[in-house]
Design a protein around this ligand. Structure first.
Ligand code: G6P
Length: 477
């Protein structure tokens, strides 16, 4: 039986199935996975995740009890859940990514969306079943008094469901996203909003990336549940139980990142990029093609900048890396098209025979991203809203002299705001001016700010971040 367990939708590995039926294993992607993988590998932690694809399902079906490590894979203790594809699809795409993600990132165009109809009620039932499958697996696997760390908006109901099955275990929930203020959170149907909040309050400890998101969660508990909130002590008491609220600002393991970024594949990408852009100044952005990342307004800001500052024509290049994400959702496919359209317009308007003002790359290429970070003069991170945004933290580690233009709505602004150039993500002119300011920032100031940004970015690396939450689950002495 296991003493420490982690549960998340996406696991540390994924499988692809080739035509001849062979399975290939790859490392899973995304912020949560990169944060947890290194840590969990070092410790004897059982990771419970969902099968996301046909490849994953084929691998699980050959593994005794879904334990991939028992089927000979070098994954560390790992149980993957084979949730029926239609249930998974409704829970992951329709509820988690289209509803809870949109609510917490304030992404709805409210005159037309959301509409919580009968179909949504069916999707919600799938979300409940998906959470129940996790709760059941965790209840089966947890040893007496085990500590169970549930991750993210996919699994908001699992803590209270698990508590129902196993009152002896200690449970934490961690939100890797922002949290919406009550007036936006209550777009959700009342019974759904209550279930989400009570689901998380089933945990002993509910963690957030910043004080702002923790405060928004407490506000929702007070306004929608009538819970008793103690903001000073950071506790929420509801129906006789108290949940402690924690703030754990995930940072980056600077040494590990730097070690990866000086490997030969990165160096050769650096040489190739340098060749491509010559001695132009580089404005870099690196994101998933994600609505909350605000890529379209970022490009619009670059266009404004080029219009307002013709002195930079021929001397600057914007490298925009926007990797594919969540392409099962039509909004994301349309967004990718909008990004490409906007990039094309900039090229049509400004490119000359010997100057390409913008290089947009929509293919996932990790070493190339690391190379771009290292070459950046300016790093642009302008999300509409973001739980933390690790790009803003990785940049200063890899490029000691790059200036950071950062949205004030990113969680990272709480820690990096003093040394970044903060922008309102909706203000395209303001962002354009910040880009200009970043480009002309004197060398000494860049280095000074860079030093402080790096210290803040590495203050709580994943190992410590994990240890803090594990410690928060120790029974009181
Ligand atoms: C965000 C979420 C993570 C998730 C990542 C990638 O960072 O907070 O939980 O891993 O997005 O999203 P995906 O849908 O590809 O798993």
């Amino acid at each position: 039986m296991n003493a420490v367990l982690v549960a998340s939708n996406r696991g540390p590995v994924s499988f692809t199935l080739s035509e001849d039926g062979a399975l290939t294993m790859r490392r899973g992607g995304g912020g949560l996975v990169s944060g947890l993988s290194g840590v969990v590998k070092e410790m004897e932690v059982l990771w419970v995740c969902a099968a996301l694809s046909d490849g994953d399902r084929s691998a699980v079906r050959l593994a005794p009890g879904g334990r991939l490590d028992h089927a000979g894979y070098d994954t560390g203790p790992l149980r993957m859940l084979d949730i029926p594809p239609s249930t998974f699809h409704r829970a992951y795409n329709a509820v988690a990514n289209s509803t809870l993600w949109f609510v917490n990132h304030l992404l709805y165009n409210t005159p037309t969306a959301p509409q919580f109809d009968t179909r949504f009620r069916r999707e919600w039932e799938s979300y409940q079943s998906y959470n129940a499958a996790f709760a059941l697996a965790l209840a089966e696997e947890a040893g007496p008094g085990a500590r169970v760390m549930v991750q993210d908006y996919h699994l908001t109901l699992a803590p209270s469901m698990l508590r129902g099955e196993r009152p002896d275990v200690r449970i934490s929930h961690f939100s890797h996203t922002p949290w919406a203020p009550p007036e936006y959170f209550s777009l959700l149907p009342d019974e759904v909003a209550v279930e989400v909040l009570c689901g998380i309050l089933g945990a002993d400890h509910a963690g957030f990336l910043t004080a702002r998101w923790a405060a928004a969660f407490m506000d929702c508990c007070e306004a929608l549940l009538g819970a008793n909130v103690d903001r000073g002590a950071r506790t929420v008491t509801h129906e006789g139980r108290t949940t402690r609220i924690g703030v754990h600002g995930l940072g980056v393991d600077g040494d590990a990142l730097w070690a990866r970024a000086v490997e030969p594949d990165v160096e050769s990408h650096m040489a190739a990029l340098r060749q491509e852009v010559g001695d132009s100044k580089l404005i870099v952005r690196i994101d998933r093609t994600e609505l909350s990342k605000n890529i379209v307004r970022g490009l619009a800001a670059y266009r404004e900048f080029l219009a307002a500052h013709p002195e930079w024509h021929g001397k600057v290049v914007h490298l925009a890396f926007a990797y594919p994400s969540r392409h099962d959702l039509p909004e994301y496919r349309e967004y990718t098209a909008a990004v490409q359209r906007c990039a094309k317009e900039i090229e049509d308007e400004y490119a000359t025979e010997d100057w390409d003002p913008l290089i947009l790359n929509v293919n996932d290429d990790y070493p190339r991203s690391l190379a771009a970070y290292r070459l950046a003069d300016v790093l642009l991170v302008n999300p509409i809203r973001d739980g933390m945004n690790l790009v803003a933290k990785e940049g200063p580690i890899l490029s000691p002299r790059s200036a950071l233009v950062l949205s004030r709505e990113a969680g990272a602004a709480a820690e990096l705001g003093a040394d970044a150039l903060l922008v309102n993500p909706y203000d395209v002119c303001g962002t354009a001016e910040a880009i200009h300011e970043a480009l002309v920032m004197p060398e000494e100031e860049r280095l000074e700010r860079g030093k402080r940004l790096r210290a803040a970015a590495t203050a709580l690396p994943p190992g410590l971040w994990f240890a803090e939450q594990l410690a928060a689950l120790e029974p009181a002495p």
